[in-house]
Design a protein around this ligand. Sequence first.
Ligand code: AMP
Ligand code: GLY
Length: 418
Amino acid sequence: MNVLLLGSGGREHALAWKISASPLLTKLYAAPGNPGIGRVAELVKLDVADHSAVAAFCQEKKIDLVVVGPEGPLVAGIADDLRAWGIRVFGPSKAAARLEGSKGFTKDLCAKFDIPTAAYGRFGDLASAKAYVEKVGAPIVIKADGLAAGKGVTIAMTSDEANAALEACFDGAFGAAGAEVVVEEYLTGEEASFFCLCDGATALPFGTAQDHKRVGDGDTGPNTGGMGAYSPAPVMTPEMTERTMREIIEPTMRGMANLGAPFAGILFAGLMITESGPKLIEYNTRFGDPECQVLMMRLKDDLLVLLNAAVDGQLAHMSIRWSDETALTVVMAARGYPGTPEKGSAIRGLDEAEDGAQIFHAGTAINGGALVANGGRVLNVTALGKTAGEAQARAYAAIDHIDWPQGFYRHDIGWRAV
Ligand code: AMP
Ligand code: GLY
């Protein structure tokens, strides 16, 4: 098979690494990719926002499957547009990607199909949103409705903070994504990421993970896209997984089919495990980054076989095997992240570090033959171990070999599990 992978982060490097190990693969292309992905795929300069250009490339190169990494193109409808050209795509339709593209859509789906989630209101103007905050009180959570690169959520501990977040939203801090807001109940418990591989009718559990969203050690500082992750998440016991499937995932699959938007692709449920059981915080309609990196380390089966089965509606016949080991990844980021990261600093020592760990590239580039930082999250140093402690020790031992003074990382990834 010829495969085209869209995206350029650590998530896509992990997908490329796994896809490239498949005996089914003839040739892997990636657009735009990154230098790490370039070791296992041919990088193509394609404007992913130009769906016709992507389709034309697929026809020219006889692409048998397009795998879409990030949410942006999915919410923009790339899967529908490519399918209209007869191209097979792994990823949800635009209508199904609303599960990530509109938080209000997902909350209404939960209300309609009795899926446990935080109590909420949806608002299109400041005055009525503020009135709701006044009525419910803090702590309370303010969310821009649309895609905001992980920055559209404010956990407000006071009404003043909530009102400030609402004002920022309606003032255009998140552009069109903030024209509508969801205001919701503050949930407490332990968070977990739960993944399902879906084909429109069947959802197969596809691993669990825990992410570390705050930039600093001890879960301090601003939110990021994720500073590290490990899999499995101990909180997702077989019983909790069974409840999540029955109470959250299966009603979602039925609900989406019922709305004429069956979900096919990766469904990523952000969960809060509360005293009364699992509650949905949010859906993403793609793999997590960096959660994907740890899932790919543990996946024993051929990813390409599974992606094909999802595209062909054959998941009811499949099962998935996972390593019993724990995988853990530490994100190395460029100074300044999650604000404006410094670009261009040289990174050395990866060959030594790769002995005992898998290093996925995220924001890297080649400049004059040297590897340099080219984004916020730059490297994902990933290892397996019999325990979370062993995986953690291996990942940090690998980091010790990396010579990159302008980079930083958290020192406590996996603390909950270790
Ligand atoms: P999101 O961008 O929706 O993943 O939200 C970012 C983070 O905000 C989540 O990972 C949670 O830690 C937190 N969060 C979102 N919604 C809630 C909620 N209703 N209650 C408590 N924490 C929340
Ligand atoms: N790491 C969180 C996400 O990918 O949304």
